[in-house]
Design a protein around this ligand. Structure first.
Ligand SMILES: Cc1cc2nc3c(=O)[nH]c(=O)nc-3n(C[C@H](O)[C@H](O)[C@H](O)COP(=O)(O)OP(=O)(O)OC[C@H]3O[C@@H](n4cnc5c(N)ncnc54)[C@H](O)[C@@H]3O)c2cc1C
Length: 376
């Protein structure tokens, strides 16, 4: 590695770092990307790849809708191995309370121009015949999609490299700040701007930022083509995703193009070891079987874990750090970083180049959390 000066150094070659490099290079900047591992080897390899519009908050909705549009525009350019499919999401309602949530969600999405379709019990059953019989309905979001995240990250990185991006893999970064990146092998790189895109490891390089690791488990089955058509998520998922302390599991299944079924998902704080936790796995599979009894007959071929980078308000940190004018953050994407990588990259590049963004960006600025503390 020589001591060339770059406009921007992106630390982290996950999907967020790759998308940022691609967007910055597209705008004519010279970029270096450094990762201690492979392209997309962190949470990106562990994630489900559901491209989904979510409505926990207006800011989350805005970023996920914007990002989903960017994925849809990119679709014609995506190589086959990215396996992009617009399979749609169905939010599944198990009782009347959840059906009320279907109606609230339907109105919310429709008011903001996102196509949705309310399903009664019969319509749900005809779209997904392998769901159990007593479910009361659901909400279909036909524009949502599914992709294979490590290949998407590789595609974005290769596109960046085709412009002015140098990639350094297998290189651990020890320190960043004031335009300098110091590697464990003692070498240094310098740039006008540095982007910390190291996901759940971001506080190691930028101490004090509020990111907690939130562990997740997934299981993939053998091939069962046609068994499942949409990404199915129980509406109880929202309760589980909102929990800030307890371990939680929810029914969340995805059809892969191979005919395999990806089964999730769990959320745990305070579990920092990578090992699969059998008790969590059993609860997760029982929950899946409770919704789709046929899953119980299938062979699971692999289970794994990954770490989401969670912030206190469940929004990412995109923008300048509070302590160093050269340092930008692009982290804290929790369970939505595959979806929001493209929107994040646009916003970050707008900030670095001084351009106006297409959506309001204040809700994602790292300074918002400092303000919350000041007012606490
Ligand atoms: C179980 C699970 C399911 C998920 N499902 C979905 C989903 O369906 N849809 C969705 O949108 N999102 C999903 N997510 C979230 C998504 O996977 C993440 O938000 C996203 O991958 C984050 O990407 P990233 O690039 O920020 O981080 P990462 O992919 O973790 O990349 C960070 C990179 O930084 C590198 N790095 C870290 N420290 C250093 C260092 N000191 N020096 C050099 N390199 C370093 C790492 O090697 C890594 O490659 C899921 C996550 C999990 C765990």
């Amino acid at each position: 590695m020589n001591k060339t000066f770059h406009d921007v150094i992106v630390v982290g070659a996950g999907i967020v770092g790759a998308a940022c490099a691609d967007e910055l290079a597209r705008r004519g900047m010279s970029v270096a990307v450094v990762d201690r591992d492979l392209i997309g080897g962190g949470a990106t390899a562990a994630g489900m790849g559901h491209i989904v519009v979510m409505d926990d908050s207006e800011a989350q909705f805005a970023l996920t809708r914007y990002s989903r549009e960017l994925w849809q525009k990119l679709r014609p350019e995506l190589p086959d191995d990215v396996e992009y499919q617009q399979s749609g999401t169905i939010w599944v309602a198990a009782d009347d309370e959840e059906m009320a949530e279907v109606r609230r969600k339907r109105a919310y999405y429709a008011d903001r121009g996102v196509a949705v379709e309310e399903l009664g019990a019969q319509e749900l059953k005809s779209l997904e015949p392998n769901l159990r019989d007593d479910l009361v309905g659901g909400l279909r979001v036909p524009g949502d999609g599914v992709l294979y995240p490590p290949c998407a990250a590789r595609f974005l990185m290769e596109r960046a490299q085709a412009r002015r991006t140098s990639l350094f893999l297998g290189r651990n970064v020890e320190h960043i700040g004031h335009g300098q990146v110091r590697l464990s092998d003692g070498s240094e790189l310098s740039a006008q701007f540095i982007v910390n895109a190291t996901g759940a490891s971001a506080p190691d390089l930028t101490p004090g930022i509020e990111i907690k690791k939130r562990k997740g488990h997934l299981v993939i089955t053998d091939r069962y083509p046609g068994f499942l058509r949409h990404q199915l998520v129980e509406l109880g998922y929202l309760k589980s995703a909102h929990s800030v302390s307890a371990d939680s599991i929810a029914f969340n299944v995805q059809p892969r193009r191979t005919g395999q079924i990806l089964i999730g998902s769990s959320r745990q704080y305070g579990a920092e070891h990578k090992e699969v936790d059998t008790a969590i796995l059993v609860r997760m599979l029982q929950r899946a079987e409770h919704y789709m009894p046929g899953l119980g007959q299938m062979s699971a071929i692999r289970a794994w874990t990954g770490f989401r980078a969670a912030t206190p308000d469940k929004l990412p940190l995109i923008g300048p750090s509070l302590v160093d004018g050269s340092l930008f953050l692009a982290t804290g994407h929790e369970g939505l970083g595959i979806t929001t990588s493209l929107g994040t990259a646009r916003i970050l590049a707008d900030q670095i180049t001084g351009s106006k963004s297409e959506i309001p960006t204040e809700p994602y600025l790292p300074s918002r959390l400092a303000k919350e503390h000041a007012h606490a």
